[in-house]
Design a protein around this ligand. Structure first.
Ligand code: FE2
Length: 314
């Protein structure tokens, strides 16, 4: 794949790709729409082309490509975080009734009825972001304007196959309670404070060595009403995807020497001592960041005799 290291190169590569396939390159329209009272600013790449989608003839033809200047309005509340700017450009390739689709799904999309259970959608799709992963998605302490409360920790390790080979380029998602032991989740019942600066979800892609890295805060233990005085040991939920979303594997990572281990039916359900130990991260002083965080190391083995215990498929 061609290496791109500037916005100009990205624009040029995109325009050239479609120009070579019969698309006319058209200039960006004005940020203030021309004779269009429906919006104050151009907010999307398709906006200036609406009249042509409705039937008007475009002077440049029926296949077009452009990069359109836009002002962010729909998700304006996200402006100010590290990945959302007020002004952006949208790359677009357009067919004014021209493309012909040889293959398409034979069945209509299946609607998910979330009226009774708003979380049903989580069983059908990745839940942690509709955009590509960015450099800060693995840092749960930088996802809001302020810093979350709690002890900062860094968790690193490798995703490995049964032979100890790195599993590269895989999506790892985590979710966890905040430092008070409360999830930012609508079904959470624990009466502990929410942290406005902590959502508790993160994502990353394993590197060439199968490595992953998260920065977060130490999750608190929480009660879960399974039995009298039932408390879950502090843990972070991990999800690993293989080459398809249907190959999702889910497990939990625990922290060393947690006094709640003997009382927790979930970790005790793993009856093999060694397998249970493999769910517990190791404190690694070399991973602690001076003046910043405590470091933990935890490798995930997908299969074989040393496999990490997984909640599904075993
Ligand atoms: Fe949990």
């Amino acid at each position: 794949m061609k290496h791109i290291d500037s916005p100009g190169q990205l624009r040029t590569s995109y325009l050239d790709f479609f120009a070579a396939r019969g698309h006319a390159v058209i200039p960006s329209a004005s940020l203030v729409p021309d004779r269009d009272p429906s919006v104050l600013f151009t907010t999307a790449g398709m906006h200036p082309l609406v009249p042509y989608f409705l039937g008007a003839e475009h002077p440049a033809g029926t296949r077009l490509v452009d990069y359109q200047k836009c002002v962010r309005t729909n998700d304006i509340e996200e402006v100010g975080d590290p990945t959302h700017l007020t002004f952006f450009e949208m790359l677009g390739n357009w067919s004014l009734g021209d493309y012909f689709m040889l293959r398409h799904p034979k069945q209509p999309l299946v609607a998910i009825d979330t009226s009774k259970d708003p979380e049903l959608v989580e069983l059908h799709s990745p839940a942690f972001g509709e955009r590509d992963i960015t450099g800060i998605d693995n840092d749960l302490t930088r996802q809001h304007h302020g810093e979350p409360i709690g002890e900062r920790i860094t968790v690193s390790g490798r995703l490995l196959d049964r032979a100890g080979r790195p599993v590269r380029g895989q999506l790892i998602e985590i979710w966890q309670a905040n430092s008070a032991g409360r999830y930012a989740h609508q079904r959470e019942q624990h009466d502990a404070p929410l942290d406005p600066n902590f959502t508790g979800v993160g994502r990353t892609i394993t590197d060439a060595d199968g490595g992953y890295h998260f920065t977060t805060v130490q999750p608190g233990p929480y009660p879960w009403r399974n039995h009298l005085n039932a408390w879950r040991p502090a843990h972070i939920h991990f999800s690993m995807f293989g080459s398809a979303f249907t190959q999702r594997l889910v497990t939990q990572m625990y922290f060393p020497s947690d006094p709640l281990f003997p009382y927790d039916p979930i970790i005790q359900s793993v009856t093999d001592d060694a397998a249970r130990q493999r769910l517990v991260a190791t404190y690694d002083h070399s991973l602690s960041v001076p003046e910043f965080s405590m470091g933990y190391h935890w490798d995930i083995v997908l299969d074989g005799p040393d496999a990490t215990w997984l909640e599904e498929g075993r």
